[in-house]
Design a protein around this ligand. Sequence first.
Ligand SMILES: [Zn+2]
Ligand SMILES: [Zn+2]
Length: 180
Amino acid sequence: MEGMRPTPTHLRKILVRQRTLPFPRGQSGIGGQVRCQCGSGTFLVHYAAERIESAPSPFLRTVKHEGRFFFIVKVQCVSCSADHVLLDTHRHGWDGLLCSSAEERDATPPSFRRWACHSCGGEAHAVEIELGGDDKREALLNAEGELTGANWFDAFGSMNIGVKCSGSCPPTIIAECETQ
Ligand SMILES: [Zn+2]
Ligand SMILES: [Zn+2]
C-alpha cells in the first residue's frame, strides 16, 4: 500500500516522497524525487555498471569486473558537490543486506562513468526512484529472524531509477534493478 513502506535508511535524508516525472510504469511500493540536503534537485549521475544502448532508450545493467558483479548508482549534487549513493547492490536491498559477503562489499568497483542524456548529451538531471518489495509481514517471515521491525524496509526487492535531463527531452528509466 502506498505510504506504508518507510523510506530505506540510506535514502532517508534525500528522498522526497512525491512523484513528479511521468514515468511510464508505477509499481506497488513507494516513489519520490531525490533532493540534496542543500535543497538542489539537479545532479550528475555516476554509475559502476554497464550502459546498454538500446531502443527506445539506453539503460544500465550489472557489470562484471575482475570476477565480481557490480551495480552502483550515485548522484552528485551540481550545487554543493555532495555525493549520494542511491543503490549499491552489495550493500542495499534484500540481497545487499542479507546475502552479500564482506569481500563483496569491500571489493573495488570498476571506474565510475557519468550518465549523459542519449538525446541531447546533457549531464545535469533530475532523478526519481521507485522501490518495491515484500511488505512487513512477508519480509520478517522470509528473513527468518535476520530482519527486525526497525530495518525490514531496508531489504527492498527492486529499485527503478529514472532521470530527466535539464533540456526538453522526455524522462528515461535508466535502471530497473531486482535486489532480491
Ligand atoms: Zn547539494
Ligand atoms: Zn536531454
